[in-house]
Structures are given as structure tokens and as C-alpha cells.
Design a binder for this molecule. Sequence first.
Ligand SMILES: *[C@@H]1O[C@H](CO)[C@@H](O)[C@H](O)[C@H]1NC(C)=O
Ligand SMILES: *[C@@H]1O[C@H](CO)[C@@H](O)[C@H](O)[C@H]1NC(C)=O
Ligand SMILES: *[C@@H]1O[C@H](CO)[C@@H](O)[C@H](O)[C@H]1NC(C)=O
Ligand SMILES: *[C@@H]1O[C@H](CO)[C@@H](O)[C@H](O)[C@H]1NC(C)=O
Ligand SMILES: *[C@@H]1O[C@H](CO)[C@@H](O)[C@H](O)[C@H]1NC(C)=O
Ligand SMILES: *[C@@H]1O[C@H](CO)[C@@H](O)[C@H](O)[C@H]1NC(C)=O
Ligand SMILES: *[C@@H]1O[C@H](CO)[C@@H](O)[C@H](O)[C@H]1NC(C)=O
Ligand SMILES: *[C@@H]1O[C@H](CO)[C@@H](O)[C@H](O)[C@H]1NC(C)=O
Ligand SMILES: *[C@@H]1O[C@H](CO)[C@@H](O)[C@H](O)[C@H]1NC(C)=O
Length: 368
Amino acid sequence: MAKTKRYTSCFLCVFLSIAATLAALLEVEAAAPAVYIFGDSTLDVGTNDFIPECLARADVYFNGIDFPYSEPTGRFSNGLNTADEIVRLLGMERSPPPFLYLLNNPPTFKRNILLGANFASGGSGILNTTGQHQYNRVISLEEQIQQFSTIRSNITNMTGSDAVTDSILSKAFFLISIGSNDIFEYLLNLITRPMSMPEFNATLISTYENHLKTLYDLGGRTFGILSVPPVGCTPFSRAVFTSNNSCFPRAERFARKFHVEVAALLKKFSSEVQDIRYSVGNTHRITTTMMEDMLAFGFRNISGACCGNGTYPCNQTASFCANRDHYLFWDRFHPSQRASKIAALTLFGASESLVSPMNFSQLLGVNI
Ligand SMILES: *[C@@H]1O[C@H](CO)[C@@H](O)[C@H](O)[C@H]1NC(C)=O
Ligand SMILES: *[C@@H]1O[C@H](CO)[C@@H](O)[C@H](O)[C@H]1NC(C)=O
Ligand SMILES: *[C@@H]1O[C@H](CO)[C@@H](O)[C@H](O)[C@H]1NC(C)=O
Ligand SMILES: *[C@@H]1O[C@H](CO)[C@@H](O)[C@H](O)[C@H]1NC(C)=O
Ligand SMILES: *[C@@H]1O[C@H](CO)[C@@H](O)[C@H](O)[C@H]1NC(C)=O
Ligand SMILES: *[C@@H]1O[C@H](CO)[C@@H](O)[C@H](O)[C@H]1NC(C)=O
Ligand SMILES: *[C@@H]1O[C@H](CO)[C@@H](O)[C@H](O)[C@H]1NC(C)=O
Ligand SMILES: *[C@@H]1O[C@H](CO)[C@@H](O)[C@H](O)[C@H]1NC(C)=O
Ligand SMILES: *[C@@H]1O[C@H](CO)[C@@H](O)[C@H](O)[C@H]1NC(C)=O
């Protein structure tokens, strides 16, 4: 009896130690992957603050009013933005810092780049030229990817082998949100060379494809892609392109088609290369769903900016709304923190009509 008991307790102790090992392993498995973030102001967490000559900035109050210490960080939001809200669902506190911040902090650079980095720059686009004239200087997607390639070489310098770097990066999450500024510039006739709509859109998609190929060659294997939101329904578009404050149909058509093309591009691209996994979020439909059923989502105003208006940016002298949680738009272009949070939850939990071919939970193996 005593023997059996000892056996049992010993069995139990072996079982417990296996369970503990498993739990430790699972914890490692469940730890957030490294996250590398590319794109425009929807994901910028302060990149442009490091470019003195850049005019696309959110480094002034009321931006950041709901951020800890009401600090304007360069996020185009009252608080967190979409990059933050997405990685929070992976268990991180907020987005990894801007690459340019990491670069300025050499002692922690090596440790930090293994956790991730944010390259997104407000005002930038798929095309190199986008934003460079209007905002003086922004970091194009191409240059963002060049910055990532520096990180890759730094990681290889640590691991001593490209194969080990590949294996590390194959587990990382690559989040991209880009395209709105290219479309705005086209509609405002700001592009350097006149192009027909079909020519412009073909250029946009083939350039995007090249960028994705480069990221793949640099080791990216898991991609979350956000197509463009309803750019025709922003307070800016309503004020600048229409006279009756409704959405601008031409921009809306462009945004919807852009999503279809990006989804097709990823489908094609993923069939041509090995080991790639991806989700494309239909940011346009996710946002218009909030607009069409605003009360269900707790919004009272889906057409105006909480801070500033269609033509006036957000700063401390701009007009300012009474309740920012009631607003879909924080400023003339960008969602409020609440809208970003709803969008992130949707990306992780929605069905194929909003995020395909799988949602972010499936892509990244998390339960929310
Ligand atoms: C875009 O800019 C990068 C530098 O940031 C440059 O290396 C590249 O050649 C440019 N690409 C095109 C298509 O102009
Ligand atoms: C590689 O790391 C060493 C030691 O940290 C450093 O001195 C060297 O500059 C690095 N080289 C590159 C190309 O990153
Ligand atoms: C990172 O890599 C770049 C390009 O190879 C190099 O110039 C830089 O010194 C490296 N930084 C560190 C900290 O290794
Ligand atoms: C707004 O004006 C456009 C023409 O500029 C028109 O096509 C559209 O129907 C109008 N919308 C509303 C809601 O009145
Ligand atoms: C872009 O071009 C493709 C093929 O030429 C076409 O199917 C698509 O509708 C176009 N998209 C836009 C936004 O015009
Ligand atoms: C939405 O908010 C804007 C800016 O505060 C305001 O001008 C507009 O009248 C509001 N619209 C509605 C429908 O409440
Ligand atoms: C806010 O922005 C407007 C328009 O760009 C500018 O005229 C105004 O001086 C700015 N206010 C502050 C406090 O910077
Ligand atoms: C936008 O806000 C600015 C500053 O508050 C104001 O001067 C301007 O008239 C407003 N424009 C509209 C269309 O309300
Ligand atoms: C989203 O992904 C999760 C997997 O984590 C899955 O259980 C769920 O059914 C998906 N949602 C929809 C609506 O497809």
C-alpha cells in the first residue's frame, strides 16, 4: 500500500515536472512574436518625430491626450493607435518603438531589434515619391524596408549565420498598412507624372509586389496586411472633395478596388513562394461597418473630426470635441483610439468577409 502510494506520489511528481516543463515550453510558445511594423500614419508611433524637416507630425497636444501622462508621442491619435491595439492582442504593452528611436539608443539596440521595431512613417506611401513633396520628407515604404535590412544584418552579426537569422525571422510578424497617401496624392493631382487611373493602379500594385518580395527575401514569412480604409469618407475628403459633406465616391471606389487587388496580389504571391502565411484585413469594410451601424459600436459621430476639422489639423488651438469615445475620427484623417481598438479586435476575431484567408488569431495562433 505504502509502496503504491510512494509510486503514486512519485508518478505524480514526474507528471508534475513534465507538466511544469510543458508549461514553460508553452509559455515560450505563447510569448509574443517579434513584430516588425511598416506603413503610414495609421501605424506610425513616432518615426516622424526623428525627422526634423518632416511636416507630417503629431507631436503636439491634443494628440496623445489619452496616452499615459497625456504625452504627444507622434501617434496620430488621442491615445494608442492601430499598431498598438493590434500588438496588445499579442500580449505586448504597445507597439515596439520607432526604428529611429532604437538607432539612437545603441546600448539597447541589439536586444530591442530581436523584439521588433516600428518603421511606419506618417505621410508615406507605396511609391517612393508619395508624401515627399507635400510633407517635405517622409520615409517611403522602400526606405523602411532598407532600414529593416539593416536590422537583419545586425541580427546576422549576432547569430553569425544567415540560416539562424532566417529561422528567427520566420517566426516574426510583419504588419503593413500602406496605400492611403498614394491614393490621396493621385486624387489631388500631386503625383509627379500624370497617369491614367489604370496605369497608376498598375504601378501601385506592381510596386507593392516588389516591396513584398524584398521583405520575403529578407526573411519575412508571416504577414498581416491592412488595405486602405474608407479614404473617401474621412473628414478631409468630405470637406475637400465634396460640397455636401458626404463621402467622395471616386476615392471610395478606389479604396474598395485597392483591397480586391491587394488580396489578389497576396494570393498570387503566396502561391509563388514557399512557407508564407498571411491575412489581409479589409480595413475599408471594417470601418464602413462601424459607420453604417454607429450606435451599435457606441459612436455618435462618424463624419467629423474630434480634434480639428476637415481642413485644419489637430493641435492645441484646434476645435475639440466633448467626448472622444463618441467619435470614429480623431482628426481629419485618423481613427480615434476607440475605433482603432474595435478594428484590432475585428482583425483577430472576424470571419472571411472582413479578414481573409484567415483572421489574425488563426494567423498568429492566439486566443482572444
Ligand atoms: C526608392 O528610394 C530608394 C531610397 O530610399 C532607392 O534606393 C530606390 O532606388 C528608389 N526606387 C525607385 C523605384 O525609385
Ligand atoms: C558586428 O558586431 C561587432 C561587435 O558588436 C561590431 O563591432 C561590428 O560593427 C558589427 N558589424 C556590423 C556589420 O554590424
Ligand atoms: C547594424 O548594421 C549596420 C549595417 O550593417 C551597421 O552600420 C551598424 O553599425 C550595425 N549596428 C550594430 C549596433 O551592430
Ligand atoms: C452630394 O453631392 C453629390 C454631388 O456632388 C451627389 O452625387 C450626392 O448624391 C450628394 N449626397 C447627398 C447625401 O446629398
Ligand atoms: C486597376 O487595374 C485593374 C486591371 O487593369 C482593374 O481590374 C482594377 O479595377 C483597377 N483598379 C482601379 C482602382 O482602378
Ligand atoms: C460631428 O462632429 C463635428 C465636429 O465636432 C461637427 O461639426 C458635426 O456637426 C458632427 N456631426 C454630427 C452628425 O453630429
Ligand atoms: C495649429 O495649426 C494651425 C494650422 O496649421 C496653425 O495655424 C496654428 O498656429 C497651430 N496652433 C498651434 C498652437 O501650433
Ligand atoms: C476649421 O477650424 C479652424 C480653426 O478652428 C477654423 O478657423 C475654420 O473655420 C474651420 N473650418 C471649418 C470648415 O469649419
Ligand atoms: C477567427 O479565428 C479563430 C481562431 O483563433 C476562430 O476560432 C474563429 O472561428 C475565427 N472567426 C471567424 C468568425 O471565422
